[in-house]
Design a protein around this ligand. Structure first.
Ligand SMILES: [Zn+2]
Length: 433
């Protein structure tokens, strides 16, 4: 009996030992594997990507061009590359084209978005083939558009990610570039986290946002898409409140998004206003500014990929596909989605143009003030009327001041005449009183 007891306690000790040993080994592995590193077999480094884009533009100078725009303040500077696609005749009054502005990589950790930019440019240059699209159809679509692509809006933030800070989404000095725009800027929700959403010290405090604002105001796009990752969604304005625009703009945007969802997202994508669908309000976003201030008729934020099973500390996995099959499927699906937008967009051009001509007349009121920033904050979609009224008031004030000044001068002249004739007092002393 004693032997039996000692044997069973020996066995129990061995089982316990192996149990804890297995647990400790497994535990270590799970900690190590919970942080996925950037897979450079799939992804370009930021430097490689920009070099490859530059070479591609050189190879196709008949349709692609690239400019680099720099800005900076307080010891911080940023540079943004903008690639323009325009084939054949240039956009003009006689030859109007649909103007499309696309931005990728606004958040450093969302590497897949810049890969998509590269894929779209490869198809535009015809170095890559878009499945299901023959050359003639592609050319007829692309003759009607001018496309500006910002492949990596936040290159400084992206470099921090490549340096090992895999969860960084902000720019090189800790500001979230999608909270630094002037529409409803700076408002903070209860769960505000400065590591995620720091809006900066003022609207457009950041060089990257200043560059993007100038680009949008000068280009006047008909379509704007801000491309992100973290989930699968097709958002329209507004991000800062739980409503969408109404009437024709809503119909135009909604029908386009529904088509994209059906054709390229297998109806998985969430559609609606950013603020109403994502579960939180975002204040000071680029898309709300594009719609409200630049008056882009169709302004969107696309979320192209998200791994909801990834732990929140495993940012590379949460925001980017980690295996070849899902990497390719995201790029195939979403590049096709963008070409559907290029194809369907011109069908609405007539309607958009009549709307745009009204906007252009509207914009005759001081473009410098428009760029200045202060007035922007006070504007909404109907804010232009307020500004016109304000200009009227300024004129009345100026006339009133002129009237007062001439009255004083007349009074002085009158006094001087009296003083000369009666008591010879100098004019200066009369004004100084
Ligand atoms: Zn993002």
């Amino acid at each position: 009996m004693a032997d039996l007891l000692s044997l069973s306690s020996f066995l129990f000790s061995i089982i316990t030992f192996f149990f804890f040993y297995f647990l400790s080994v497994h535990g270590d592995n799970s900690t190590q594997s919970s942080i996925t590193q950037i897979n450079y077999d799939l992804y370009h480094s930021s430097r490689n990507l920009m070099d490859e884009i530059k070479e591609m533009v050189h190879r196709h100078s008949d349709r692609l061009s690239m400019e680099k725009v720099k800005a900076g303040n307080k010891g911080y500077s940023a540079e943004i590359a903008v690639v323009t696609y325009c084939k054949g005749k240039k956009d003009s009054a006689e030859n109007p084209k649909l103007r499309i502005l696309l931005s990728f990589g606004q958040h450093g950790r969302e590497l897949i978005t810049s890969e998509l930019a590269f894929r779209i440019m490869s198809i535009l240059s015809e170095e890559k083939h878009l499945p299901g699209m023959d050359e003639a159809s592609l050319n007829s679509i692309l003759d009607k558009v001018v496309i500006k692509v910002v492949p990596m809006e936040n290159i400084n933030g992206r470099k921090l990610v490549e340096g090992g800070d895999l969860c960084e989404r902000r720019n090189g000095r800790g500001v979230d570039l999608n909270r630094n725009w002037s529409v409803d800027w700076g408002k903070k929700e209860k769960d505000y986290d400065p590591y995620e959403e720091n809006p900066g010290i003022a609207p457009f405090s950041e060089p990257e946002s200043q560059i993007m604002r100038k680009l949008a105001v000068s280009f006047e796009p008909h379509i704007w898409v801000n491309v992100h990752s973290g989930m699968e969604a097709l958002f329209m304005p507004y991000d800062h409140k739980n409503t969408t625009p109404d009437g024709l703009p809503l119909q135009q945007m909604k029908s386009l998004l529904e088509e994209v969802n059906q054709l390229h997202c297998q109806k998985r994508c969430m559609i609606g206003s950013g603020g109403g669908s994502v579960g939180y309000f975002a204040h000071g976003t680029a898309t709300d500014f594009m719609y409200d201030v630049v008056r882009v008729p169709m302004a969107f934020t696309f979320e192209i990929y998200g791994d909801v099973t990834a732990p929140s500390s495993d940012c590379f996995k949460m925001f980017n596909p980690t295996d070849l099959a899902s990497y390719n499927s995201v790029l195939d699906d979403w590049s096709a989605a963008f070409f559907t937008i290029f194809k369907l967009g011109p069908h609405q051009l007539g309607e958009i143009q009549s709307k745009a001509s009204v906007v252009k007349l509207d914009k005759l009121v001081s473009i410098d003030e428009y760029l200045d920033g202060y007035l922007m904050e006070r504007r909404n979609r109907y804010g232009k009327k307020i500004e016109v009224l304000e200009l009227g008031m300024q004129e009345i004030r100026a006339y009133y001041r002129l009237f007062l000044l001439s009255s004083v001068l007349l009074l002085c002249m009158f006094c001087s005449r009296i003083s000369k004739t009666k008591c010879s007092r100098p004019i200066v002393s009369a004004i100084s009183l």
